[in-house]
Design a protein around this ligand. Structure first.
Ligand SMILES: [Zn+2]
Length: 498
């Protein structure tokens, strides 16, 4: 492979281009060899063969004829990403339902994948390298095609052949699911917030009973027979549901369960069995009671829905980018029951949303899930990008920091965080060398974490930011590896021995 890379390099250099290669990047498809190369400073997908006739026809680009072969230099477009996934299958997302530990590596910028791969590949875990919610798409001006395509090329750049996931995160409609699947996504996180009746959590008995009876005779008697006044022994933990709570669960969740079946049917139709469905009920005010979790998974199974993972809302606060806030002992007590319910119902993974940086909760999470868990991270990789900027371009960081304060009020309409801005050091008093350390200070972290939309919407900042990350990509990858290894170690994963 090295010989192949150097041949590509020398053919392109001979044509007067400035070329450098990624030593990990190469693949064979048919009579062609493929790699990501940097040509005149710009990343391209280069497809080489002995003659023009032998080149895979699906790729679009400029053909360079060299000594003893030809190279097609293909820009990183959607069409070329589609062709790459078709000719080199390991560059396409796959289902990870049989992988025990999966790590959601959300990357709002489309450049972090090599850092994620380098960290996760050293452990017995599988990465979900593409993962974005509609909210993040809107704020970053990206599409699901962009999200999957960026990862596709970077997976080739790293030569990562072990299989990765791609998650259309927090989707609420069948139309959005279709769009995500069209783009190649193999995992869907179905957000049931709008289909469930969260308000019924606080309803009195009369209101619950009235709504319950409206569900119809047949449904009512099935629910009462199955759940009312039942004691469920789930792997040593006891979950009881009284008659009122059974009715309440039906009122709160049954419509959402039927919708889940529609989403599941759509995924089956589109992808056979090659998908992961995650059910998310985490974006509610009240923590998910064990009885409710049990009701939901049993109703999903009753509808023959196979879920890969389920995200309850846990007790305490999982704020973005900072450690767990709340009573860890109580978190552990409840978390243990959630895990027992999953053990007793087919071993789907418990999914931890806003999972980055919850270092004090990780040992508990790793222990009780026995590492059958999905941990979702997103904004933390953006913060590491900002840390890389602080290290590589202090002036740019200072401009971004100042602007973050300006755009914060807008960001706070979308994100629930509670930073104390007064604790953020005054920038003029911080030396250049200490700037990256600001990303270790919780209040500064949260400030920068939620303001990505406003910062990236600024043309000047955005172009300088991406140019710097591109030029200093290894600086960024190094920060990411360090940060993710910290996550994996605290969860209790062991490095692979070989
Ligand atoms: Zn969530």
């Amino acid at each position: 492979m090295d010989a192949f890379l150097s041949k590509l390099e020398s053919m392109l250099s001979a044509s007067g281009r400035r070329v450098s290669s990624y030593t990990t990047s190469s693949a064979i498809a048919g009579d062609s060899a493929l790699a990501i190369l940097r040509v005149n400073g710009r990343k391209l997908l280069c497809v080489g063969a002995s003659s023009e006739n032998a080149l895979l026809p699906a790729f679009q680009g400029e053909v360079v004829v060299g000594d003893g072969g030809v190279v097609k230099c293909c820009p990183l477009t959607h069409e070329n990403a589609v062709a790459l996934r078709a000719s080199v299958p390991w560059t396409a997302p796959v289902s990870l339902r049989h992988r025990r530990t999966t790590i959601g590596c959300g990357d709002r910028l489309g450049v972090a994948t090599p850092g994620h791969i380098r960290a996760v590949r050293e452990y017995d875990a599988a990465p979900v390298l593409a993962q974005q919610s509609i909210r993040e798409l809107t704020l970053t001006g990206r599409t699901y095609e962009n999200v999957v395509d960026d990862v596709t090329f970077l997976v080739l750049q790293e030569g990562y052949t072990d299989g990765y996931g791609a998650d259309g995160d927090h989707l609420k409609t069948l139309v959005d699911i279709d769009t995500a699947v069209d783009a190649g996504m193999a995992m869907i996180t179905l957000d049931l917030t709008e289909k469930m009746n969260a308000a019924a959590e606080k309803w009195g008995e009369a209101q619950v009973c009235e709504a319950f009876e409206a569900l119809g005779e047949r449904v009512c008697s099935r629910i009462m027979d199955t759940y009312a006044d039942q004691v469920f022994d789930v792997c040593g933990e006891v979950v009881t549901i009284d008659a009122l709570e059974a009715k309440r669960c039906a009122v709160m969740y049954l419509r959402a369960m039927d919708f889940s079946r529609e989403a599941y049917d759509l995924l089956k139709k589109r992808r056979g069995d090659a998908f992961d469905l995650e059910i998310s009920i985490d974006e509610t005010e009240a923590p998910t009671l064990p009885a409710h979790h049990l009701f939901i998974i049993r109703e999903l199974l009753y509808r023959d829905i196979i879920v890969s993972s389920l995200a309850p809302r846990f007790i305490g606060e999982f704020q973005k980018a900072i450690d767990y806030i709340g009573d860890l002992a109580e978190f552990e007590r409840q978390f243990r029951v959630h895990c027992a319910i999953s053990h007793a119902h087919g071993e789907y993974k418990i999914s931890i949303h806003s999972g980055s940086d919850k270092f004090s909760a990780y040992p508990i999470i790793g222990k009780h899930t026995n590492l059958r868990v999905h941990v979702k991270t997103a904004g933390t990789s953006w913060l590491e990008a900002v840390r890389a900027i602080a290290a590589a371009d202090p002036d740019l960081y200072r401009r971004m920091h100042a602007m973050a304060f300006e755009v914060l009020p807008e960001a706070l309409k979308l994100y629930h965080i509670t930073p104390d801005l007064g604790r953020i050091p005054v920038l003029e008093t911080v030396s250049d060398a200490d700037l990256p350390g600001l990303m270790d200070q919780d209040d500064a972290r949260q400030l920068v974490h939620v303001t990505y939309g406003g910062l990236l919407a600024d043309e000047k900042i955005s172009s300088a930011f991406f140019a710097r990350l591109d030029a200093d990509e290894e600086v960024y990858y190094d920060f990411l590896v360090k940060h993710f290894v910290h996550h994996l170690e605290e969860l209790g994963l062991n490095p692979k021995s070989d």
